[in-house]
Design a protein around this ligand. Structure first.
Ligand code: PMP
Length: 288
């Protein structure tokens, strides 16, 4: 994975993929001082590119980490990356990472350590493989999304993913594609890298994004559903309600719109027409 051809944009320069290294005393490795974006480029154009760059900077601010690149500069960096790797006109997944590097302070406090940035990316098919069409099987995570008083939950920050990796590993060990989190209050929250939606009697229900990432895909889907005349309820959803929902799907830049067939042992859903319409709508939008 490291020793391959390709180029990575790092701190203002395009360097060889195999040379994109950091020192072991990189602050982010020890203290999770890192924020990132996962974006998809369709036919050479990143969907909601600017919104992703803005969110990256916002995530940095939430971690008391000023990213030394403006939104315009981040946009230019992504463009340089795409061109350098021949992704112009193609589909790709783009990963932008900003992190606190090594520096004079190797403790918790690290104001003087430089904030660095890298843009990498690769070709990446469906996030959930065949589930994209058949409906994914989802485990229920044993961890909970934390309170906003515990950690800046609106940041797309590395530290928030520790329990995501653990929960996804546990899910995969049971033959599931992902895990659904409840939040610290017991409400349905999100999956490890995607937001969740439900359909009941033609109406859309999705958890209120008050303790987890309000995904750009989530916002796009809500807007499109409303434009299509669907009623959308953003609200607190209790696990007890889930069995009454008829359809379920996940949304994310990587996940796109992926139907869910089962959550845990007891909750089953049909890959229904409403989900299919929304998925097709999203597909058309990202390529328009
Ligand atoms: N929640 C989490 C934990 C995620 O990692 C993602 C993917 N970035 C999302 C939600 C969806 O966000 P977006 O639609 O902006 O990709």
């Amino acid at each position: 994975y490291e020793d391959r051809d390709g180029r990575i944009w790092m701190d203002g320069e395009l360097i060889e993929w195999r040379d994109a290294r950091v020192h072991i005393l990189t602050h982010a490795l020890h203290y999770a001082s890192a924020v990132f974006e996962g974006e998809r480029c369709y036919g050479g154009k990143i969907f909601k590119s600017r919104e992703h760059s803005e969110r990256l900077r916002k995530s940095g601010e939430l971690l008391d980490m000023e990213i030394p690149w403006s939104v315009d500069q981040i946009e230019a960096a992504k463009q340089e990356f795409l061109e350098a790797n021949g992704f112009t006109g193609k589909d790709a997944y783009v990963r932008v990472l900003a992190f606190r590097g090594a520096g004079p302070d190797m403790g918790v406090s690290a104001r003087q350590n430089p904030v660095r940035m890298a843009v990498s990316g690769w070709e990446w098919g469906s996030y959930y493989g065949d589930a994209k069409w058949q409906g994914a099987k989802i485990d229920i995570a044993k961890w909970k999304r934390p309170s906003p008083e515990t950690i800046p939950v609106a940041a797309k920050a590395a530290g928030l993913y520790m329990i995501c990796t653990m929960s996804k590993h546990a899910a995969e060990a049971k033959g599931c594609s992902d895990a659904l989190f409840m939040d610290y209050r017991g409400y349905v929250a999100e999956a490890t890298g995607a937001n969740v939606f439900f359909i009941k009697d033609g109406e859309v229900h999705t958890p209120l994004a008050d303790v987890f990432l309000n995904g750009l895909t989530r916002q796009t889907v809500i807007q499109r559903c409303r434009e299509r005349g669907l009623v959308v309820h953003e609200r607190h959803i209790l696990p007890e309600e889930v069995e009454s929902f008829q359809e379920c799907f996940l949304t994310g830049s990587a996940a796109e719109v992926t139907p869910v067939a089962q959550i845990g042992n007891d909750w089953h859903f049909q890959v229904g027409q409403t989900t299919r319409d929304i998925a097709e709508d999203y597909e058309a939008l990202v390529r328009s």
